[in-house]
Design a protein around this ligand. Structure first.
Ligand code: FE2
Length: 119
């Protein structure tokens, strides 16, 4: 949860600083960005399962990583495509496509708040 909290907070701080410094040169939809930042890992609800008190990757999660299952969940609840885009592109799966400004910010906030802690 600390990673998730930090990711959202960093995204907000980055977006504010970008708008402060670049003014009209950049537009950030804060509602879309915050919604996406909160939901980027919602697909992990399907990617992992608890068996005998131990967390492990589910059989579904071995086939469908959380960026994809997250988009499916967001679509099921009719969330805007801009939010679905952030969920689907926040991770390495988004590296080959073009990210929106909001997704670029969330992507970096996400990685900077977990990469330093990887074993
Ligand atoms: Fe993720």
């Amino acid at each position: 949860m600390n990673h998730k909290r930090t990711c959202v907070q960093l995204a907000v701080d980055i977006a504010k600083k970008m708008v402060d410094n670049f003014g009209d040169e950049i537009k950030v939809d804060m509602d879309i960005m915050i919604s996406g930042a909160i939901l980027i890992d919602v697909g992990k609800l399907l990617e992992y399962e608890m068996i005998d008190g131990k967390l492990s990757t589910s059989s579904y999660g071995k086939m469908v990583r959380h960026p994809f299952s997250g988009v499916a969940i967001a679509a099921r609840f009719d969330l805007p495509p801009e939010v679905q885009h952030i969920i689907g592109t926040h991770s390495k799966e988004g590296d080959l496509g073009k990210r929106t400004v909001e997704s670029i910010i969330v992507h970096h906030a996400d990685f900077v708040s977990f990469e330093p802690f990887k074993a």
